[in-house]
Design a protein around this ligand. Structure first.
Ligand code: GLV
Ligand code: GLV
Length: 373
């Protein structure tokens, strides 16, 4: 191969390797056993000749690594993640290095995990599983592991981008929850979905009766409670009104500790909070305290403030479901992420036109592109 491309981790599937090797690249995959590579480890991987790197969200990609990559002749870096809070994009741009991420392929998988956490928390699945395994089940009881019914309750979504919108859709369609959401920007995807749903129902009912005035009436006529949705003008409105709240913002300075002691305090005492975005969006120490004070409040967490650690006390809380940052972990998605990451690097090295703007943070493919084989 003419070009040297380094991947800091083995990645699922083989398609990503084939894509690179078919196009003049020699692929080197780091085999280091430890999970989190240090800056020094990565510097030695880059060495003195490296055209592009595929890296992971556990790594600090800033000034030191990007300047080293530049000196090694590098042109491209791709995170194998949609989030890129571990990347100092300004530093990459300064050295003329393009940055890629892997949006799109993980939207549904991540939303499904957020939905799983919502259900696990509302129905106390993990507590109940531990109870069974501990041999404590000695017969059915009316009050054993009573949880919350989702149907007819309100789901709150904070951050209505690709993932938040897919999650909202699942909770509305799957569980007939009402929706309240908050986003700084116009939530085009979500709005298209909710208005599409309304118009469809409206027209079906109109055909049947010619009498309907709302989707709510349509549902009532069919013996269903109406599903409602609204965009909140403040995040506090979502926190106050929702029974289940899922966080889907990007992590940056403005969303660091978005959920803090004060905001936890305005949530319902029996609310469920789900986070499959980034850990520092929640003040985790304040959350542990809140879980202690409010035994009916439950959380489902995929991410943590200081991964791989949990704040003291969190592991002891029965009202918390915790999983190790696995929201994008389906086979299809992980192979897709690897493929996109490889195409990002390859695209830049080969000078494909999509990369004409070197400052662009974007995947080589977008979510409408052909899914990985
Ligand atoms: C995973 O956390 C990602 O950002 O893809
Ligand atoms: C519970 O198992 C029931 O039959 O109600």
């Amino acid at each position: 191969g003419k070009y040297r491309v380094v991947s800091t981790k083995p990645m699922p599937g083989t398609r990503w390797i084939r894509l690179l090797t078919d196009q003049d690249c020699r692929v080197e995959i780091c085999t280091e056993k430890k999970t989190i590579l240090s800056v020094e480890d990565i510097l030695s991987l880059i060495g003195n000749r490296c055209d592009g790197v595929i890296g992971q969200l556990t790594e600090d990609w800033g000034e030191v690594l990007f300047s080293a990559l530049r000196r090694a002749g590098g042109k491209a870096f791709s995170n194998m993640a949609v989030g890129y809070n571990n990347v100092v994009v300004g530093a990459a741009n300064k050295y003329g290095i393009a940055v890629g991420n892997t949006p799109g392929v993980l939207t549904e998988t991540t939303a499904e995990l957020a939905a799983s956490l919502s259900l696990a928390a509302s129905r106390r699945i993990v507590e109940a599983d531990q109870f069974m395994r501990a041999g404590l089940y000695d017969g059915w009881l009316p009050h054993l592991f009573v949880g919350n019914l989702l149907k007819g309750q309100t789901v709150g979504v904070i951050g209505a981008g690709r993932i938040g919108s897919a999650y909202a859709r699942m909770m509305i369609e799957g569980f007939k929850m009402n929706l309240i959401y908050y986003d700084l920007y116009q939530a085009t995807r979500l709005e298209k979905f909710v208005t599409g749903m309304s118009l469809l129902a409206f027209s079906i009912y109109n055909c049947i009766s010619g009498l309907v005035s709302s989707y709510g009436e349509f549902l009532k006529a069919n013996g269903e409670q109406p599903v409602t949705w609204k965009r909140a003008s403040s995040m506090e409105d979502v926190l106050r009104e929702a029974d289940v709240i899922s966080l889907h913002p990007v992590l940056d300075k403005t969303t660091y500790h978005l959920i803090n002691k004060e905001r936890l305090a305005i949530m319902k005492k029996e609310a469920i909070l789900v986070n499959a975005s980034r850990g520092p969006v929640i003040d985790e120490a304040a959350l542990v305290e809140h879980l202690k004070q409010n035994p009916m409040f439950r959380v489902g967490l995929d991410v943590f403030e200081d991964e791989p650690f949990m704040k003291p006390g969190l592991a002891d809380m029965k009202n918390a479901v915790v999983v190790p940052h696995i929201a994008s972990a389906s086979k299809w998605t992980r192979e897709g992420m690897a493929t996109l990451a490889a195409l990002n690097v390859l695209g830049k090295i080969k000078g494909y036109p999509i990369w004409s703007d070197p400052n662009r943070i974007e995947s080589f493919l977008d979510e409408n592109s052909v899914p990985p084989a």
